[in-house]
Every structure is written in C-alpha cells, then in structure tokens.
Design a protein around this ligand. Structure first.
Ligand code: DMJ
Length: 574
C-alpha cells in the first residue's frame, strides 16, 4: 500500500469514530436517537438517586449520633441512680450527681486552676523535692511529717487527674526508688494515714501501678501497733522505726476523736486491695467500741480514753479534732455500697446529724446559719473554718433519707455553705480566717485570723455543685480561687496569710493545698464524669478511693476461692 492510500484509510477511520458526535447522524437514525435519550434519562436518574441517598444517609447519621448522645446522657443518669436499685440499699431519695454539660467558661477556669497546680508543683520540684513541704519565701523544704515526701505523695492523684503525666511519672520514680519509711520518727497516725496511705492508695486506684499499693502496705504495717490498746482505740503517735506508740502529753493521755476515727476508709480499702483482713479488723473495732456507749445525739467529745473507750468531759465540735470522725461514718457507708454490712455506719451518722442540727443557730441581723461548739451543756457561738466540710457532707448524705428529710438536710447544707462563703467574703483579702465568732447583732467576726490555704469551703462547694447542678457554687469557688491567686501566689509557690485582714504572708505551702484545695477547685469546673461520685469516695485529704461494688467483692472472693482450691488440688491436698 502506497503512502497516499494509507492516509486516506486513517482519515476515513477517524471520521467514522467521530460520526457518533454529529447530531446529523442521529437525525437520520431515529431509533438510535431514542436509545440515546433513554440512556441519558437512566444515567440522570441514577446520579440523582445516589445524591438523594447520600443526603438521606447524612440526615440519618446526624439523627443517630443525636440518639447516641441522648443514650449516653441516659446511661450517665442510670449510673448515677444505680445505687438505688440495690434492694439492700437504704434510702429513697433520688438526689444524685447531676449530668452537667461542659462549657467554655468551665474549660477556661479549670485551665487556670491547672496553671496554679503547675506553679505549685514545679516550685516544690525546684526547691523542696522529696521534703514534706515547701517554704516558698525562703525557697527550701521542711520535713513536718518525718521526711516522707508528704507534698509529693499528696499530689500524685491531683497530677494524674489533671493529666500532668510527666510530673506524675517523676513523682512515681521517687516513690519507687527513694521513699523510705524506716525513720526513727514519732509520726501522727492520723496525718500519715490520710496523706500517705490515702495518697498512695488513690494513686494505685487511678494508675493501677502496684508500686503504690506495696508502699501503702509498708507504711500501714508500721502504723498497725498503734491499735494495740485495751479497747482497740488507737494511740495517736507511733515511731515508724521501732513501732512504739503513745499519745501526746497535752491530751492528758487521751486519744483524739478525729485522729482515732479517720482511718477506716484507707484501712478498709487496703484490706480490699490486698486481700488481708487485718487492716479492716483494726479500724472497724474502733467504731464498734465507740458504738457501745454512743449517745442518742451521736456527739462525742474530742478526747477519748484508749483504756476505757469513753469520752472525757471535753469539747464537742465539728471543727478541729472532731470533724472527720463524723465524715468517715458517712463515707464508709458509701464505700461499702450502702449495703447491710455498713448499715451501722449510716445509723451512727444519722444520729450524729441529729446532734449537729441541735447545735445549729442563726446570727443576727443577717441570719447566717452556723454550727456551735458544746462543752457540757454550754454552747459556744464559734465555728472553725474546718467545720466548713459539713455542708458538703450533709449534701452527700442527704440522698439516704426519705425525700422530705433529704430536702431539709440539703437546705441546711446550702445555708451553711453560704455562711462559709461569707467567712471569705467578709474579710479585706476575701480569704477566710481560721475561726469565727457570732455575737448578737454583729453576725460573724473573725477570731484566729490566719489562712493556711485550707480546702473545706471549696470542698463543700464542689459537692453542692455536683449534687444540685446550681452554678452559683461554681461562681463562689471561682471568687475564692481568685483571692488565693491575688494574695497567696508568690514567685516560689503559694503561701498562707498570717492575717486575712492585713494580707501579711507566711512561709508555708501546706501539702493539702495541692491534695485538696486545687483538686476540688479543678473538679468544680470539670464534667461530673471526672471522678464520678458514684464510683469514687474521697478520703478526708481529698484522695479518691474507688468504690468496690458489693457484687465485685463477691466475684473476687469466688475467684480467690477457686484459685485456692485449684492450688490445693495441684498440691495434692484434696
Ligand atoms: C486536711 O489535712 C484534712 O482535710 C483534715 O481532715 C483536716 N485538715 C486538713 C485541711 O484543712
């Protein structure tokens, strides 16, 4: 084939390829035109249908995620009310943790509290690492608790909850490698239990790291001989190295009520986690002993004889030296899942709350509600800031009453919280003094005027906000936080005030500022699912301990039993 015939063949091929695009081609062939039209209609329908389907799916997906969210909320609510389903659970009231959505103001505020924690912690790391407490003005450490790293241990769970992972890991390494309890030091059984045993157990419950449990067991074993008294009511001081216990000279040989009745949560938790009942037995015997002579109003004097188990004619108070005994009666009931096994604790607590109500008075002219102290038949119109844990305790316990009583107790809690908030608002620095007197016609006036960064009021605001959902409590907490920022923040950490009227600073960053004050403030601005009150119970140093449900306990016991049997069988015992 020649060059010209090849090119004419290729041009006729290409013209035959393009002829389908020429409309004239179809005008001559009506059947093909009809076929083309049919194909076009079908294709358009398919595309349109797909788009409609996608749109419908999107709507469906939106609806489903809305449903999922609603279900999540319902699940949260169900979880909150779960305790009420157990037939052995006392109480009918439906007051439980409210599900409160997060909002931008809360997020901003908890970031500010977290900044405060970072400042407090990094100052401690820099100037007092491994010591019990930091002196921010002189930038050095002091060992007020025998050199057990009290601030470090007290801070573990706060660091963990705030997501300060690197700081938590550094602290964990110190616990694993440098924490040594073998000290020739006369330690307070109470302070060591609430800060060290409680702090370590909480770190264990949150992280699952066994190093914390082993250390908690080590220190608790060193404290145990303190309970070897004729009644089982412990001596309040013990030497950590040689195990010699005694009571402080200034109590005249007596044990202090709060110091003796504030180990139950930690020791019960330790028995649950180690499977060794000895801690539970020692701590429970104290309550059984006190119950033998427990008065109808449930109020005990602050000095108790470890020999006879009875109280001397000393002060009755919800402030210093009495406070956490009453707190633990309620919290053991919660820790024990409100079952029959812990009913005695709830009964004793309710009696004590009758006693508390009998001490309540109102000031003039502004009608602030306060709790008096009592000596014999004599009431003193004085209330410690320490007693400001009571509004939170009452709110927490109100759920176990019948609805009408529950409301009365909750409203008393709210009135007392208002008074405690005014302990702060009534001073020039907006920080509360250590105690207040109520004189006729003068409302409240500050007595001892220092502020050592205590947590009790913000603790109560945290409970009230969680249980009522009333954002006013968040506002009050925010105001208190700002007063701490203004008066207590210094370059080397946070300090207390020698006088809330003048604002003169002291030189001590108390370990409970990091354990309690900042933790409760952070949780006040966090979603309710962060350390849910249905799953955790706080010890008196704000260390959350996981509530081990009754059912789980039974299952654990059954598993243990099976393991023992299997082991026995393996060893050919049966
Ligand atoms: C803490 O150690 C505990 O809250 C204790 O129960 C009372 N005192 C301090 C805080 O003020």
């Amino acid at each position: 084939m020649g060059r010209s015939s090849r090119s004419s063949a290729s041009s006729s091929l290409s013209s035959s390829k393009w002829r389908y695009c020429n409309p004239a081609y179809y005008l001559k062939r009506p059947k093909r035109l009809a076929l083309l039209f049919f194909v076009f209609v079908c294709a358009s329908f398919l595309v349109w249908d797909r788009q409609t389907l996608v749109r419908e799916h999107e709507v469906e997906v939106d609806k489903l995620s809305e449903d999922v969210n609603q279900l999540k909320m319902m699940l949260e609510e169900l979880k909150s009310t779960h305790g009420d389903e157990d037939s052995s659970v006392r109480g009918k009231s439906k007051l439980t943790s409210k599900v409160i959505p997060d909002d931008p103001v809360d997020i901003h505020r908890r970031e500010k509290v977290k900044d405060a924690m970072i400042h407090a912690w990094s100052s401690y790391e820099k100037y007092a690492w491994g010591h019990d407490e930091l002196q921010p003005q002189t930038k050095d450490g002091v060992d007020s608790f025998g050199g057990l790293g009290a601030t470090l241990i007290d801070s573990l769970d706060t660091l963990y909850i705030m997501g300060l992972d690197e700081q938590f890991q550094r602290a964990r390494e110190w616990v694993a490698t440098s924490l040594d309890f073998n000290k020739d030091y006369d330690a307070s059984v109470f302070e060591t239990t609430i800060r060290v045993v409680g702090g370590l157990l909480s770190a264990y419950d949150l992280s699952g790291d066994k190093v914390f449990l082993d250390k908690a067991k080590d220190i608790a074993d060193r404290l145990l001989p303190a309970w070897d008294t004729p009644t089982g009511i412990p001596y309040n001081i013990i030497n950590l190295e040689n195990g010699n216990p005694h009571n402080p000279g200034w109590t005249g040989g007596s044990s202090i009520l709060a110091d003796s009745g504030t180990e139950q949560l930690e020791f019960f938790a330790l028995s649950q986690r180690t499977g060794d009942p000895k801690y539970h037995q020692k701590a429970e015997r104290v309550i059984l002993e006190l119950n033998k002579t427990f008065p109808a109003d449930g109020l005990l004097p602050i000095y108790i004889s470890p020999d006879s188990g009875t109280g001397s004619s000393s002060t009755i108070t919800f402030g210093a030296m009495g406070d956490s005994f009453y707190e633990y009666l309620l919290k053991v009931w919660i820790q024990g899942s409100k079952t029959g096994a812990v009913k005695l604790y709830r009964d004793m607590w309710e009696k004590s709350m009758k006693g508390l109500v009998s001490l309540v008075r109102r000031s003039t002219p502004s009608s602030f509600t306060y709790i008096c102290e009592k000596s014999g038949d004599w009431l003193t119109d004085k209330m410690d800031e320490l007693a400001c844990f009571a509004p939170g305790m009452l709110a927490l316990g109100s759920a176990g009453y019948e609805p009408a009583e529950s409301e009365r107790i909750l409203s008393l809690a709210e009135e007392l919280a208002w008074t405690c908030y005014n302990f702060y608002q009534s001073t020039p620095t907006k920080l509360a003094g250590e105690n207040y007197f109520f004189r006729s016609g003068e409302d409240m006036s500050v007595g001892t005027s220092w502020n050592i960064l205590r947590p009790e009021t913000v603790e109560s605001l945290f409970y009230l906000w969680r249980l009522t959902g009333n954002k006013t409590y968040q506002e009050w907490g925010w105001n208190i936080f700002q007063a701490f920022e203004k008066n207590s923040r210094v370059e080397g950490g946070y300090v207390g005030l020698k006088d809330v009227n003048t604002g003169i600073k002291d030189n001590m960053m108390q370990s409970f500022f990091l354990a309690e004050t900042l933790k409760y403030l952070y949780l006040l601005f966090s979603p309710t699912s962060v350390i849910s009150l249905d799953e955790w119970v706080f010890n008196t140093e704000a260390h959350p301990l996981r509530i081990v449900k009754h059912q789980d306990e039974q299952m654990n016991a059954q598993t243990e039993d099976k393991i023992t049997r299997l082991r026995g069988r393996k060893e050919g015992q049966w």
